[in-house]
Design a protein around this ligand. Structure first.
Ligand code: UT7
Length: 331
């Protein structure tokens, strides 16, 4: 293949059954439905309940759905990348567990930790493996069980996050479609504004870290918002510019679902209307690495071959960026 590209050829998703509504959160912390809706756009989120259920459980469900829908033989999957900040364990990689669970016995697999930008980092990386000619079938999973690292006594964070998983199959194509371009960035300055204090090598878990509630998401919301609102919009605009795309050329913005106000600012910068913005934050909240593939999963039926999509994200690290995808199929 002379002009080898990586096309998304199938999407899978999984959401846990349990729905945590704003009304239920009102009984847990000092908050209210109006504040949450107005400041974030979230009505409800899904929570994975049950003992011994981690991100691999949801990731496996999403990939199995993708395998069923596409008819791909799991033996032919050569690489599986799992994007997550809530791996089942520090090691082995959650990708290793998912690959084995779905029968991808000939694949190598690894995790990528780029927080809310995880999926666009994973997608761009996978595309390069295909473009290089090294591999032809790759699965990228975005999954997070945010409820495992959220303090449900902290109203500033517990209202935002939810659990879920999405996955895409990438296949080699000689057509000008699939992952066409990207712009990705990171800046470690983000550490001070958004992190988990303990449980890593710098501060291993101890009785004290548990007592101090240091195994939960620490977020300075206002500071993160400021970085997110400008950088996500700039990245989306930059990818449009790099590819000479105007607002009219864009079928959909596929934004990370952290806050409806950040999404609106990105759409405004791109010059596109609400009708061209994929949105499910109201139902799922912020599922971190899963938001973008879950948007693709929700909107799959509305997409047409040749549609220009801009995927954009901002998250912990800081990490941010945007990916230009030309959609490759209809259902
Ligand atoms: O996906 C990873 C990247 N993360 C993000 O992109 C998140 C970016 N940040 C945000 O989305 C927003 O900053 C939040 C949704 C987290 C917070 O919204 P905000 O409009 O920035 O609120 P704030 O933190 O400035 O707080 C405003 C007020 C405060 O009260 P005072 O000090 O003005 O009296 C808060 O204590 O709202 C209060 N508040 C709440 N009130 C009701 C904070 N959380 C709540 C709550 N319910 N849940």
């Amino acid at each position: 293949m002379e002009n080898r590209r990586a096309a998304i050829t199938a999407v899978g998703g999984y959401l846990p059954d349990y729905i945590l509504t704003n009304q239920e959160l009102e009984k847990m912390v000092d908050t209210n439905n109006d504040w949450i809706l107005e400041r974030t756009g979230i009505r409800e989120r899904r929570i994975l309940k049950g003992d011994n259920m981690g991100s691999s459980f949801m990731g496996t469900k999403a990939v199995n759905e993708l395998i069923e829908k596409s008819g791909v033989d799991p033996n032919e999957i050569e690489l599986l990348i799992c994007c997550t900040v809530t791996p089942d364990m520090q090691f082995p990689a959650t990708a290793n567990i998912i690959a084995t669970e779905v029968g991808a016995v000939n694949a190598f697999s690894y995790d990528i930790n780029a927080a809310c930008s995880g999926f666009i980092y994973g997608l761009s990386t996978a595309a390069k493996f295909i473009e290089s000619g090294m591999h032809s079938k790759i699965v990228v999973v975005g999954v997070d069980k945010m409820s495992s690292i959220i303090d449900y006594e902290d109203r500033a964070t517990c209202i935002i996050f939810g659990d879920g998983a999405g996955a895409v199959l990438l296949e080699a194509t000689d057509q000008e479609q699939g992952v066409l371009d990207y712009y990705l960035r990171s800046d470690g300055i983000g550490e001070k504004h958004l992190h988990m204090k303990a449980g890593g090598s710098r501060k291993p878990a101890s009785h004290q870290t548990v007592d101090n509630k240091e195994h939960f998401v620490y977020q300075e919301g206002k500071a993160v918002f400021k970085f997110a609102v400008t950088n996500m919009a700039d990245a989306a605009y930059k990818v449009m510019q790099q590819n000479n795309l105007t607002a009219d050329d864009i079928a959909y913005l596929v934004p990370h679902q952290a806050n409806k106000r950040i999404i609106d600012a990105t759409a405004k910068r791109m010059g596109i209307g609400d009708d061209k913005v994929m949105l499910n934050i109201d139902r799922y909240g912020n599922t971190t690495a899963a938001t973008i593939p879950l948007c693709l999963w929700d909107y799959e039926k509305k997409l047409h071959k040749g549609d220009n999509l801009i995927l954009a994200a901002f998250g912990g690290g800081f990490t941010w960026g945007a990916v230009y995808v030309k959609w490759a199929y209809e259902i």
